[in-house]
Design a protein around this ligand. Structure first.
Ligand SMILES: O=C1O[C@H](COP(=O)(O)O)[C@@H](O)[C@H](O)[C@H]1O
Length: 275
């Protein structure tokens, strides 16, 4: 029997002169990925980050070809603040996206609100409960025994963190049984967070990073050109057939030496991105 090669493929790196072009191509990439996945599996499961990302996805709202009722959404990470707090990733996504499209509320998998508002919050219980939601969604008798997201959308902070995985943090080195980790003292506020871990991220079918602006120049160059520094983003290497993409603008990529991939004509309806 031929051996299956699971060695991670090298990252596919797209840099766009303008962030508007980036958003245009990214939107087409997400819509195309969702369409093809729904054709094959009947549903599309996405993990989405917070921070600046949701604003960059606003073109999705205008598309008429998205079957929102087939989408299931989890959060890559969540800040432990109430859902009506400006720092909540769910609140950000709700305001920018979900309130504007016909996605059923039951398809948006938030962290448990009751546990979130308990005094004091038990972070371990919150993380375990989110892991149970992953088990319920992904693990069945005849399916994979690991969450395999169809797409994970990640951001990257100026300090090089992605999800709520910060450079040098213990949560980067959890074992394969830990799918959701908690953070008590995040270097970036708010301090308490939960996050999907690298074992989950590296099982995804596709991972797409989105990073824009000068503030990300240094961390992007370290992540892509100096993997020996083991920044969180360098450790996002999904096993084949998984692929990791970077969608960045030229302001963010100014210091990066890693080879850029050709991106398609952003006007085309079906960008020639390698899926
Ligand atoms: O705190 C967070 O930061 C990262 C990066 O955010 P950005 O605003 O610099 O894009 C984000 O991806 C993550 O979801 C969030 O919790």
């Amino acid at each position: 029997m031929p051996l299956i090669d699971h060695t991670p493929a090298p990252p596919v790196f797209y840099s766009f002169p303008e962030s508007t072009t980036l958003c245009n191509v990214l939107t087409k990439f997400i819509a195309q990925t969702a369409r093809e996945t729904i054709e094959k599996k009947g549903k599309f499961t996405l993990a989405i980050s917070g921070g600046s990302l949701p604003k960059n996805l606003s073109l999705l709202i205008e598309r008429k070809d998205i079957e929102w009722d087939r989408w299931h959404v989890f959060y890559v990470d969540e800040r432990v603040v109430p859902f009506d707090h400006a720092e909540s990733n769910h609140a950000l996504c709700q305001t920018e996206l979900w309130s504007k499209v016909p996605i059923p509320a039951a398809n948006i998998h938030t962290i448990n609100e009751e546990l979130l508002t308990a005094e004091p919050v038990d972070l371990e219980e919150l993380a375990d409960e989110y892991q149970s939601q992953l088990i319920e969604h992904f693990v069945s008798k005849d399916a994979a025994r690991f969450p395999v997201f169809d797409l994970i959308l990640l951001g990257m902070g100026p300090d090089g963190h992605t999800a709520s995985l910060f450079p040098g943090s213990a949560q980067l080195d959890v074992d394969e049984t830990c799918w959701v980790a908690y953070i008590e003292e995040s270097p970036k506020p708010p301090p308490k967070r939960i996050t999907l871990t690298l074992p989950v991220i590296n099982h995804a079918a596709r991972v797409a990073f989105v990073a824009t602006g000068e503030g990300k120049q240094e961390s992007l160059a370290i992540t892509l050109d100096q993997p020996e520094k083991r920044y969180p983003g360098s450790r996002v290497r999904p096993a084949r057939p998984g692929v990791v993409y970077w969608f960045v603008d030229d302001a963010a990529s100014a210091l990066v030496k890693y080879p850029r991939s050709d991106h398609s004509d952003p006007q085309s309806d079906k960008p020639e991105l390698k899926l």
